[in-house]
Ligand binder design. Structure first.
Ligand code: ASP
Length: 293
């Protein structure tokens, strides 16, 4: 069966243009990393995680290194991984002190009876699984700090950004991964849509895989990722499903976007923001990247 991977680096205003180009290129690098796994016969789950790790480690994105800061000036991250072959999901919320939250989400999926672990409990789980502590100072970039100081002085701008990957492998299995620092200057302990299966992340072999980005509170209220999968179930092409989901987001005046892949390897994406960086390798092996919304 054809393989495909589609990666996003967050919806919202990415300025200036050279930064937007850098984000698009970063997404393409991530998509290539995932596609190498798919091309070698690897699983969609491995590909989605690999792509997400590349983006978490790239300081240009609001996930892992480069995450925005909460109101206390600290990094708290959310991530979710879902396996469409068996509907298993693993997620972490408001986790600190790890380099790659998506890898902890994977450990939750594979080695715990739970779906979502939050805060200090998630950190304890990560340590027990051998995940090395990662100093908060290494997650904080100059840009995140400058934004936080500006917001503290001038008020909350609620700037979003998130990374995600959806993939389908040669066995026809789909997977979705999403990782984020959330929204800047958020209340400590705030959890967004990204780690919630059905809201920011969803994967089901019977339909497809989805990763969303944008205002988490709005995305949660319309259960956006599952909504898009339901559109696939009703016969929509992934592009039509993504567009319908963005219209649905309008129901709660939400801003954001999403990426979608179905089990045939068809891809779709839509956003109602000015920009959304993304990169892909499609079922024909064509690769590309873009950032306009
Ligand atoms: N959806 C993320 C959140 O609300 C932020 C984003 O995607 O920009 O936590």
């Amino acid at each position: 069966m054809p393989t495909a991977i589609l990666v996003h680096g967050g919806a919202g205003a990415i300025f200036p243009d050279d930064r937007a180009h850098a984000c698009a290129r970063g997404c393409l690098e991530a998509a290539r990393a995932g596609h190498r796994i798919l091309a070698a016969g690897g699983s969609a789950l491995d590909a989605a995680v690999a792509a997400c790790v590349v983006l978490e480690d790239d300081p240009a994105f609001n996930a892992g290194t480069g995450s925005v800061l909460n109101a206390d000036g600290e990094v708290e991250m959310d991530a979710c991984l879902m396996d469409g072959s068996n509907l298993r999901a693993g997620a972490v919320a408001a986790i600190r002190g790890v380099r790659n939250p998506i890898e902890v989400a994977r450990l939750v999926l594979e080695r715990s009876p739970h779906v979502l672990l939050a805060g200090s409990g998630a950190e304890r789980f990560a340590r027990a699984q051998g995940v090395a502590p990662w100093p908060a100072s290494l997650l904080v970039t100059e840009r995140a700090l400058t934004r936080w100081q500006k917001e503290r002085d001038e008020g909350w701008t609620n700037k979003p950004g998130t990374v995600g990957a959806v993939a389908v492998d040669a066995q026809g299995h789909v997977a979705a991964a999403t990782s984020t620092g959330g929204i800047s200057s958020k209340h400590p302990g705030r959890v967004g849509d990204s780690p919630l299966p059905g809201a920011g992340t969803y994967a089901d072999d019977e339909t497809g895989a989805v990763s969303a980005t944008g205002q988490g509170e709005a995305i949660i209220r319309v259960v956006l990722a599952k909504f898009a999968c339901d559109q696939l179930a009703a016969g929509d092409h992934p592009q039509a499903a993504a567009e319908a989901a963005v219209r649905r987001l309008g129901r709660v005046q939400g801003e954001g976007g999403l990426v979608v892949v179905d089990r045939q390897g068809r891809i779709g994406l839509a956003a109602n923001t000015a920009r959304m960086s993304r990169g892909w390798v499609d079922a024909e092996g064509n690769e590309g990247c873009a950032f306009e919304g």
